[in-house]
Design a protein around this ligand. Structure first.
Ligand code: NAX
Length: 332
């Protein structure tokens, strides 16, 4: 039998955490043959609720779940973890400036970065979900300099999956037959959902999404806006932000990173830019990636038209702006 993998979920008493921990414990993240030990971190005001989640995990009698650590101690939470899913963070409240949220999160991510750096397994893979996800991941990277930058990522898979979902609905095809959409940039409303390389598998083979949809006005307009604004639409409908879809996307992100992407298929991940596609090096930016042997690589040499270029640059510029206040408050 395989050794158990230790998976940390921060903010585990929150709504994404509540959806995510049972998915992990049922094998959706690492496979149905992979035992796991869950490490759940939250803050003291949520300690009782966190313990309630632990009680429910015990009550679910899950065969893959070999242990549960529920704690408000960052060091205990981070010790020996192989995977860290960072969902906890300070939410933006009414009347708060964007930069106030940034500085709160900078201090949280600074503390958690050094705990991960000192106590996590050496090859620990980190996924930041909490917003602003790209910039939180960058702060984490800055304050955990010994964690390889390749091991620090942020979640844009939810946006990627939303784009697949919209194409599937529009064409009335199974979502599993749609692939290779791209989310470029920030996990914010400036993200650019790109279908120029996306395809659908039909009886005669693979066909381009642009050809099948045959409505560039929709693809360049309403489609993009729907994906960009989907989070707000969910809040309006549910009076709560996305949780099950976010948890599911977090599982997909780690699953594909660890176990690999299928041949001919890429996914979107927020990763440390190496300058590919002219995106400034040193930003955490969402790119199309393939994964093999536990490593992601940015898909190269895709043709970028003028429309895409402008949108890719706009979202990069937002990330450059975001990192400024965070760094001022976080450093020196
Ligand atoms: P909740 O407010 O339900 O849960 C957050 C949890 O984090 C709470 O239990 C809170 O006590 C805990 N927490 C706060 N500070 C902490 C700290 N220092 N250490 C550990 N835990 C801490 O929010 P939820 O709906 O679960 O969303 C969590 C985060 O995901 C938010 O930042 C949200 O904006 C972000 N999202 C990111 C998405 C993405 O695609 N990247 C999509 C969904 C979601 O909106």
């Amino acid at each position: 039998a395989k050794d158990a993998v230790r998976v940390l979920v921060t903010g585990a008493a929150g709504q994404i955490g509540y959806a995510l921990v049972p998915m992990i414990a049922r094998g959706a993240m690492l496979g149905s043959d992979q035992p796991v030990i869950l490490h759940m971190l939250d803050i003291p005001p949520a300690a009782e609720a966190l313990n309630g989640v632990k009680m429910e995990l015990i009550d679910a009698a899950l065969p893959l779940l070999k242990g549960v650590v529920a704690t408000t101690d960052v060091v205990e939470a981070c010790t020996s973890v192989n995977i860290a899913v960072m969902v906890g963070g300070f939410p933006r409240k009414v009347g708060m400036e964007r930069k106030d949220v940034m500085s709160k999160n900078v201090s949280i991510y600074k503390a958690q970065a050094s705990a991960l750096e000192q106590y996590a397994a050496k090859d620990c893979k980190v996924l930041v979900v909490a917003n602003p996800a790209n910039t939180n991941a960058l702060v984490l990277k800055e304050f955990a300099p010994s964690i390889p930058e390749k091991n620090i990522t942020c979640l844009t898979r939810l946006d990627h999956n939303r784009a697949l979902g919209q194409i599937s609905e529009r064409l009335n095809v199974e979502v599993s037959n749609v692939k290779n959409v791209i989310i470029w940039g920030n996990h914010s409303s400036t993200q650019y959902p790109d279908v120029n390389h996306a395809t659908v598998t039909i009886s005669t083979g693979e066909k381009s999404v642009r050809e099948l949809v045959a409505d560039d006005q929709w693809l360049n307009g309403e489609f993009i806006i729907t994906v960009q604004q989907r989070g707000a639409a969910i809040i309006k409908a549910r009076k709560l932000s996305s949780a099950l879809s976010a948890a599911s996307a977090a599982c997909d992100h780690i699953h594909d990173w660890v176990l690999g992407t299928p041949k001919g298929t890429w996914v979107s991940m927020g990763v440390y830019s190496d300058g590919s596609y002219g995106i400034p090096a040193g930003l955490i930016y969402s790119f199309p990636v393939t994964c093999a042997n536990g490593q992601w690589s940015i898909v190269q040499d895709l043709k970028i038209d003028k429309f895409s270029r402008a949108k890719m640059d706009a979202t990069a510029n937002e990330l450059i702006e975001e990192k400024t206040p965070g760094f001022i408050n976080g450093k020196s």
